[in-house]
Structures are given as C-alpha cells and as structure tokens.
Design a protein around this ligand. Sequence first.
Ligand code: NAD
Ligand code: TYD
Length: 359
Amino acid sequence: MQTYFVTGGAGFIGTNFIQHCLKSQPDWRIVNLDALTYAGHAGNLDYYTEQMPERYRFVHGDINDSTLIERILKEEKPAGVFHFAAQSHVDRSIHGPLAFVEANVNGTCRLLMACQNLWDQMGRPSQFRFVHISTDEVYGSLGQEGFFTETTPYAPSSPYSASKAGSDHLVRAWHATYGFPTMVTNCSNNYGPYQFPEKLIPLMILNIIEEKQLPVYGDGLNVRDWLYVTDHCDALLEVLKKGTPGQTYCIGGGAERTNIDVVRQLCNIMDERLERKATQQSQRLIRFVSDRPGHDWRYAIDASKIYTELGWKPKFTFCDALKETVDWYLANRAWIDTIRSGEYRSWVEKNYKNREKAK
Ligand code: NAD
Ligand code: TYD
C-alpha cells in the first residue's frame, strides 16, 4: 500500500480525484487535508471514511498550519503529494483578493517547505513527486487565434490567476533551487459532479431547476475550453506516473465553447430532462448582465505535450459529459441542499444584485 497526500480533497476536483483513485488504484491509501472553506464538503467522501477507513483518512486543517502538516507528513510518509487546495473562484477574488494570496501563495509556500523537509528527512527518495494543480488562467487571455502551451508567458488578469501564477512560480523554484521533484499542471475549465454552484455550469443548472434568471456576463461570447473532471483525474495520474520532475503539463478538454452556447445547450438538455415541453422554455431565463472586470476573452489549450509524451487524451465528448453532469445534479438534490448554506445565498446576493443589465 502506498500513501498519497492530497490537499483540498473536499472540493470539486479533489473529491472526484480521490474517488477516482480509490476505485482505480487498489494499492493506494489517501490522506486528505482540507480546511473545509465554503467550497469544501467532507461529506462528499463519507462512503470511504465509513467503508474503507484503512484506505482513506480525512484531516481537517489548513495548508498554512505548518505544525499540523509536518505532523501528518511524519506520520504518513507519503509517496507523493497532489496539491489542489486553493481559493478558486475569480469573482470572489475580485471582492476579496487577500484570502487568495493567503491560501494560494502563502499556503503553497508553507506546504512546499513542509514537504521538502519530509523528503530530505526520508533521504530524498527518487520516486517522490509533488504535483501542483494549476490553471490555464495564469497565461491571461487569447484573441481569436492561438493556443496556450507550456511555454506561453504568464500574464494573469485576476487576483485569482495572479495568486495561482505566484504559486506556480514557487513550485518551479522548489525544483530549480532544492531539486525537489515538483511538476505543475495547468488545466482548462473543469466541469462535472460536486462542483460548487458559484461556477458557470452548476450555477446555471441550479437556476434552471428553480426557474431563476441565468446571468450571462457581457455578450456571452467569451470562450472556455471545457475539460470533464474524470478526464482531468486520468491526466493527473499519468503525470504522476510518467511525468518528469521540473516539467509543466498543459491539460485541455479540446472543447472550446462560447458561454452563451454552453448556457443554451444546458437549457435544452434540462428542458428535455425536466419534460418542460414548450420549446426553448429555459432559454427565456437568459439575461445578459454587466461584465466581470478584467474578464479574459478566450482560453484554449494546445495539449500536444501531454498527448505525445504521456499518452493521455480526453475520453469524454462535451455533449455526453454535460448530460452526465446534469443528471448527477438532478439525482443529488440532497447534496445541493446541504451545500447551499446561508454563506452561498449571501454570495449570490453580493455578486449578482448590482449587476445592471448589459447594454
Ligand atoms: P474548489 O474551490 O472546489 O475546492 C478547493 C478546496 O480547497 C476546498 O475543499 C477548500 O476547502 C480547500 N481549501 C481552500 N483553502 C485551503 C487551505 N488554506 N487549506 C486547506 N484547504 C483549503 O476548487 P476546485 O475547482 O476543486 O479546484 C482545485 C484546484 O484546481 C485549485 O487549485 C484550482 O486553482 C485548480 N483549477 C480548477 C479549475 C476548475 O475549473 N475548477 C480549473 C483549473 C485549475
Ligand atoms: P467560471 O465558471 O467562473 O470560471 P472561470 O472564470 O474560471 O473561467 O466562469 C466561466 C465563464 O462563464 C467565464 O467566462 C465567466 C462566465 N460566467 C457568466 O457568464 N455568468 C456567471 O454567472 C458566471 C459564474 C460565469
């Protein structure tokens, strides 16, 4: 049995990743450390806590708590680390940037120090890996043409992406300076089960269910490259197993869509699933609202490095995986009720109340 240390595993991608690993890697044990911010839900993994306590351990804690991290690492002596923990929502970073610097920059630095310390104490095992999960948003915005690659210069636009860029630089510096075996992954927009409904796809699904307005920023023509979370989890396993320390891997879904196209497609799927017979029933809820400040226009990834060097490719089509995502939310209303706390309602109020109609 090999132990892997996961940070932020009670969030969206971390939850999917832990479930994926516990199913597909029978000789893995996972220790998940998560601060349980508004975006973290330890209950996502209750099944594993109850059914396989020997393979899954949850620790409630902050990556900035060096004493705690050092104690857990000493107890567990993991074979590697997957670092997901972060403040992750662009709109929230506009309202409160400091929390992003504290979690994403300071937290990553403290985590690196603790992990490198352990690695040194263990005699620098050559198989050890630190996989840092980052975003394509560090590269800024594309125009009509071109794609992000591993060599695209960093040009972050939001406090979120700037703080993730800072964390990427630290992770790379730990390899260059200390020889610590880190790898950085920069992926495009994920979607799938357990995503907190502040992000575009789950927000729209929930609003369609409740027949609330569907707030599309600006003209809705911004483009994102959608990656199904299960494909992302597979890619991260390939990076761990076949990636080279010191390298960066861009991970994209190869599914570029404008926001308005995504929202319309969701409306159509949901009308069918909810048997809302009249054509385009949910599309009448679409409202173009004032734009996000600093809104990046287009993200798109050229993933040829991970295709050719590690043999990974996305398996899901956007259309099929979007339907699976919708079906998961429709089948998990109890999860939605649990996570939609008073904090969620006040966030929605804060972010959407004063968005006047777009001109
Ligand atoms: P999320 O917001 O759903 O989950 C983040 C998790 O981290 C939560 O469980 C939260 O409680 C935890 N956390 C936050 N601060 C912490 C701290 N200081 N200490 C310990 N735990 C803390 O985010 P996600 O969508 O699952 O994203 C995971 C990672 O992937 C992030 O680093 C994010 O930047 C990156 N990423 C996400 C996307 C996406 O589309 N969701 C795309 C590219 C990259
Ligand atoms: P989001 O899910 O916040 O991810 P990111 O900002 O990291 O790409 O947003 C995806 C796109 O959807 C982005 O262009 C902003 C847009 N958007 C809306 O139009 N309306 C919304 O209510 C939200 C949350 C996002």
